[in-house]
Design a protein around this ligand. Structure first.
Ligand SMILES: [Zn+2]
Length: 422
């Protein structure tokens, strides 16, 4: 029996640390979770695109993370996630990472060969029936048309995931890393029945997947709350969880397989639903840019040079708003009329700046357009280079306090501890 297989625990949180300065403050939030009685395993995620924009390497993320783990004496597992990689981008992540989010969204809709679709449909003909899943009152009806249609839409993507998985396995060894398959960065949400069929294909492909990231209905905009029908989301995630449980039992997938919720930062209105639905099976909640915004909040709160830099970043982001927003058009909803004039922001106090930016939906001063523009504005700070990093270092204490509080109070507590968002 292999005893050293890398396994992801029931609860895990993906955190993003764009400038590799907040790992300690983020880990501190997991320490607080432990003190509150729940193990939450930290996973540092950073995509190839983010590394390219910042000009960083995956090995630097690993070094910052390991240093934080040492300083805080963290003894539970921790991981570095090669976020949204594919066959062309995986190489530089192989050595420093031990978690791989295999992104095959671009391959969805491309058709596998007719013979492989026929073989899949034949092999999985047993799924064509009414499935009564545990813990939900509605049955899944998988018709021959749905089985074939889903195979036509997703089988090629799963085959691609298999290729990426085997590349990673050949470099790292079986059982030495966590594999996630993500399908969130696509236009249409997958239904729970489609998810079940996709999991059958993943099992056939021999991928020991531990987390799966479907696309849910509703909008998961960057750094702001969920936009959509919360009751529909609740129903959908409950069915997804039931589909996963059934797949684990029947397809021989890893027992700890669980949902991964991408773009999970700041989705306060659905956290109660996520907590309820995943209490038994667990969940991976992926957050990212919310920490970068806490850096800006901390700088603004610090006043002086910090506040001045926060204002400069906004002015630059405002001036370049079209080019910054372009690549994120499908995941932001900025009302240009709500963006304050940089000349007015230049006169703001610390309190005015932080209360416009901090995600407190009950506050009248909170401005979601201002927040979303800054969310996509990290390129500006990246261009500032040392000047930005030095101010992060000078103001470490006030920034760390904001980073830890945001991650623990607004994310970990509601999702994993079932507490109401403050
Ligand atoms: Zn994603």
């Amino acid at each position: 029996m292999i005893t050293d297989e890398v396994k992801l625990d029931k609860y895990s949180v993906g955190v993003g640390d764009r400038f590799a300065h907040q790992a300690k403050a983020q880990l501190q939030a997991c320490v607080l979770a432990g003190r509150a009685g729940v193990d939450v395993i930290p996973v540092w995620n950073k995509s190839n695109r983010e590394h390219n924009i910042i000009g960083s390497e995956p090995a630097e993320t690993r070094a910052a993370v390991d240093a934080a783990v040492k300083v805080l004496g963290w003894k539970k597992p921790h991981f570095c996630d090669a976020d949204h990689i594919n066959l062309t981008t995986v190489e530089r992540f192989l050595a420093p990472c031990d978690f791989f989010t295999i992104d095959v969204a671009d391959a969805i809709g491309q058709s596998a060969t007719k013979s492989s679709i026929d073989a899949f449909v034949k092999q999985r003909a047993g799924l064509e029936c009414k499935l009564q899943l545990e813990g939900v009152d509605e049955a899944f009806e998988i018709t021959p048309e749905l089985l074939r249609g889903t195979a036509a839409k997703f089988l090629f993507a799963v085959q691609e995931a298999g290729k990426v998985y085997r590349r990673i396995e050949s470099a790292k060894g079986r059982g030495r890393f966590i594999a996630e398959v993500s399908m969130d960065e696509t236009d249409a949400a997958q239904t729970p029945a489609e998810l079940l069929i996709i999991l059958a294909a993943i099992a056939d492909e021999g991928i020991p997947v531990q987390t799966i990231a479907p696309k849910f209905t509703g909008r998961f905009n960057k750094g702001v709350d969920y936009v959509g029908n919360v009751e529909q989301f609740r129903r959908e995630i409950t069915l997804d969880v039931a589909a996963i449980a059934w797949a684990v039992k029947n397809f021989g997938l890893p027992e700890n397989l669980k949902l991964s919720v991408h773009s999970g930062s700041d989705k306060f209105s659905i956290y109660a639903a996520i907590h309820e639905a995943t209490k038994r099976q667990g969940v991976h909640l992926k957050t990212a840019g919310t920490t970068w915004l806490e850096e800006i909040i901390g700088l603004a709160e610090a006043g002086g040079d910090g506040l001045a830099l926060a204002k400069e970043i906004y002015a630059e982001a405002y001036a370049h708003r079209e080019e910054l927003c372009g690549p994120y058009a499908t995941v932001i909803d900025i009302d240009p009329g709500k963006l304050p004039d940089p000349a007015a922001v230049a006169r703001w106090t610390s309190e005015q700046y932080t209360s416009a930016l901090r995600h407190d939906p009950r506050s009248k001063k909170y401005n979601s357009s201002f927040r979303q523009l800054l969310h996509v504005g990290f390129k500006i700070a990246a261009k500032m280079g040392r000047r930005y990093l030095e101010l992060l270092e000078v103001n470490e204490a006030v920034i760390a306090k904001n980073v830890t509080e945001n991650l623990f109070d607004r994310h970990i507590a509601p999702v994993f501890l079932g507490k109401k968002t403050r």
